[in-house]
Ligand binder design. Structure first.
Ligand code: ADP
Ligand code: ZN
Length: 732
């Protein structure tokens, strides 16, 4: 029975699909879409967000509960962002309530009042902008007056409308027609100080070309892919683009992979843009996050820099979106709501009708392909700033030179040379800890994690054994539990290499950069600062080394184990390795002094290394794309992976088997592959299995996922396991 009253459709942050309907009990009008409400759910109460106001519901009158209370008079999420979130929930097949929650800082999610400084206002709706005020003026001059005023703005405070002699009735009448929508308006912002002009370098010809290309554009939606080698001056390009937007009083969103690792970038932004900067990332306190969000929301912050989730930042006056290191895997959320911030940046730019710049020295093959297809405009900066030019690559064949503790004789000799010249050296090994294996040579047992199909890593300095997959720990004992013999640590992690370096180069100042070091507060900043000032001479580190630092005194980079990536099983392993190697290599070379990159490998003839020796990421990308085309992997098809896990193997597989069988009945063009166990079947005590849907046609793929999600709801199997859907997965 339809209920003839205002129905409030609410996104409630619970892991259930769909929205929830409530009755608006009055008094007055129900809150507008984008406002938060407190609503009863089960035995408790939740803070949800109004999606729409309807006049019908499929819920029976007896079951329909009233809204507890309205928290906002004005939307905290704009109609533009709300539409994007609704789209995300559909595209990623994730509950709308959880999607919406991502877009709000934690304090607002919990129901905290909006900081003051916001007033009620109105803006034109789509229908409203289609009206011709001149026609309306004949019948309703007041209404025409409002439409005209709103047409030239992004929203006007109600107070301001009333002050110009417009009655509340007129406003309500227009709202009822659906021509205007409520909008939060920032209370008048004190006028901004002029842009601080620090010392700005004179632009290189490459930088000028790129800036011209973007600024020549219409200012409307257009994706650009900037492929610029490390040190070509991409960051300077961002800064100039942002300045340009500031002159137009527009906001810029700059997404970066990891803020903690790029203190230099933040410092450069602070230096140029001072108080107009808002920094958004999840490591800040709740109140810092609320403030940053609020500054963006009220348009007080013109430059919003943040990690993945900042893609949901409010942008009432957006002018430009930039994604730095667009290839970086951290843009994809790996659990829960599995979105890609890089892809959403492009989607949002389209909704906001602003340009979006994706930039990297090593663009993802997806973006490369988009540029090749003409969907993105390709811009290139192939030259480094300064006279040094690109670093020279040298391969060390580990079949001929044995590496002791990870270091071969030619590598050690090279380190000596660069040390003697007074330069800095970076060594890259993507494995932290002391040694990856603890082995008993008597009974041949290897210490394994009790919860994962993996080995325990030896952390000698803390006297612990740690699993890097589930985090479980145990005390490190050298005596074998099985036979009592003394065990040995096999292989090496960054800790062990660091010890070895100390033994070899006793007078050198050596530092380490990995997750173990970075856990202690302030240590990370100190390590980076010491490298920057030249205090540190040799820095050994993991993946963390590859992210966006500019260390001007490094002349040598050593990659201790390139084979880690060469043998990967995933269809993306080659791409990852090429990106990682070029990113680390990019740290080598001073402005006036060329760098050297040494790569230790057992496969010196591998074609991928050949491409790198030629310094040609584009050549690599073309080759890799040809392979992807031949095997129909993305970007030549689209993927959705279903993952199931349970405490035993059988239920995870039987759920996915049933899913595969049912899906095949209605699959159409979608290929169903699996189920299969992932490379590490047991992790954190759970057995895992996965099923792949692959299709050239996105619409058909998503239809099938929706149909299957609906069907699995009735399956008892689905209750015995945990499962997830990952759209556009990065890893299989
Ligand atoms: P990328 O982001 O491409 O790695 P950066 O923008 O960080 O490169 O530039 C590398 C270095 O060159 C930085 O120290 C930067 O200050 C400097 N730089 C950038 N543009 C110029 C320029 N036009 N003239 C001189 N130095 C520059
Ligand atoms: Zn484990």
């Amino acid at each position: 029975m339809p209920v003839a009253a205002a129905i409030v459709r609410v996104a409630v942050p619970v892991p259930l699909p769909g929205s929830f309907d409530y009755l608006w009990p009055g008094p007055g009008q129900p809150p507008a879409p984008g406002c938060r409400v407190r609503v009863p759910l089960g035995k408790g109460e939740r803070v949800g967000l109004v999606l729409e106001i309807a006049d019908e519901t499929s819920i029976t009158a007896a079951k329909l509960k009233p809204v507890g209370s309205a928290l906002d008079e004005l939307p905290v999420i704009s109609s533009e962002l709300l539409a994007t979130l609704v789209w995300c929930a559909e595209y990623y097949h994730h509950p709308i309530g959880e999607v919406v929650a991502q877009a709000l800082p934690p304090l607002l999610r919990r129901g905290r009042e909006l900081p003051s400084g916001i007033v009620a206002g109105w803006r034109l709706s789509k229908d409203g902008s289609a009206q011709d005020p001149a026609m309306i003026a004949r019948r309703a001059p007041r209404q025409a007056q409002i439409l005209e005023a709103l047409a030239g703005s992004s929203g006007i405070a109600e107070e301001a409308l009333r002050a110009s002699g417009i009655g509340r009735d007129t406003i309500v009448r227009l709202a009822k027609k659906g021509w205007i929508e409520p909008e939060s308006i920032a209370a008048p912002v004190p006028s901004l100080e002029s842009i601080r002009v620090g010392v700005k370098p004179e632009l290189t010809p490459d930088q000028v070309t790129v800036l011209d290309a973007i600024q020549r554009g219409s200012g409307k939606f257009q994706p650009y892919l900037l492929q610029g080698v490390t040190g070509s001056g991409k960051t300077e390009v961002y800064l100039r683009l942002i300045e340009h937007q500031l002159e137009r009083e527009r906001q810029c969103l700059l997404l970066v992979p990891e803020i903690g690792l790029t203190p230099q970038l933040v410092a450069r932004l602070e230096d140029r843009f001072g108080a107009r900067l808002a920094i958004m990332h999840s490591n800040r306190t709740d109140s810092e996050r609320l403030h940053a969000w609020h500054d963006a929301f009220t348009n007080e912050a013109k430059v919003i820099v943040g990690t993945r989730s900042a893609v949901f930042s409010p942008l009432p006056e957006a002018g430009l979106i930039i994604v730095d290191e667009e290839h970086d895997a951290s843009y994809k959320q790996h659990e829960g709501f599995r979105y890609s911030a890089r892809d959403l940046a492009v989607y949002r730019a389209r909704q906001l009708d602003v340009p979006v710049l994706l930039a990297s020295a090593t663009p993802s093959l997806e973006s490369f392909h988009n540029a090749a297809q003409g969907r993105y405009e390709l811009l290139e900066m192939p030259r480094r700033i300064g006279s040094a030019g690109a670093p020279a690559f040298r391969i060390i064949d580990l079949n001929r030179h044995v590496a002791k503790r990870g270091l071969s004789a030619p590598l050690i000799a090279a380190i000596e040379r660069h040390l003697a010249a007074g330069n800095q050296i970076l060594l890259f090994l993507n494995r932290r800890g002391f040694a990856p294996v603890l082995f008993c040579s008597e009974c041949r047992t290897v210490e394994e994690c009790g919860h994962c199909d993996s080995r325990m890593t030896v952390h000698a300095s803390s006297g612990r054994l740690r699993c890097h997959h589930c985090g479980s720990q145990a005390a490190l004992t050298w005596a074998c539990a099985n036979c009592g013999a003394e065990r040995i640590a096999v292989g090496e992690g960054t800790q062990r290499v660091s010890d070895e370096l100390t033994a070899l180069f006793s007078t050198a100042r050596i530092a380490r950069l990995d997750r173990d070091v970075a856990t202690r507060h302030g240590v990370l900043t100190q390590v980076l600062a010491d490298v920057e000032t030249g205090q540190t001479q040799i820095l050994i580190g993991t993946q963390m080394l590859t992210k966006g630092h500019d260390f001007p005194r490094v002349t040598m980079v050593g990659v201790l184990d390139a084979d880690q990536g060469l043998l990967g099983a995933d269809f993306r392993s080659n791409e990852r390795l090429a990106q990682t190697l070029l990113q680390v290599a990019g740290r080598a070379g001073r402005r006036d002094q060329p760098g050297e990159v040494y790569i230790q490998t057992h496969y010196p003839a591998h074609p991928l290394l050949g491409c790198l020796l030629e310094h040609d990421y584009s050549a690599f990308a073309e080759l890799a794309l040809a392979e992807r085309l031949a095997s129909r992997w993305p970007p030549f098809s689209h993927l959705v992976v279903w993952r199931a896990q349970a405490s035993t193997r059988a239920p995870a597989h039987s759920f996915l088997r049933r899913l595969a069988t049912a899906a095949k009945q209605i699959a159409g063009p979608v290929r169903i592959l699996g189920p299969a166990a992932p490379p590490m079947e047991r992790r954190g005590g759970k057995y895992r299995a996965q099923l792949l849907f692959q299709c050239d046609d996105r619409a058909a793929l998503h239809q099938l996922v929706d149909a299957m999600l609906l069907e699995t709801r009735t399956w008892p199997e689905a209750r015995r396991i945990r499962f997830s859907v990952d759209v556009d997965p990065l890893e299989l």
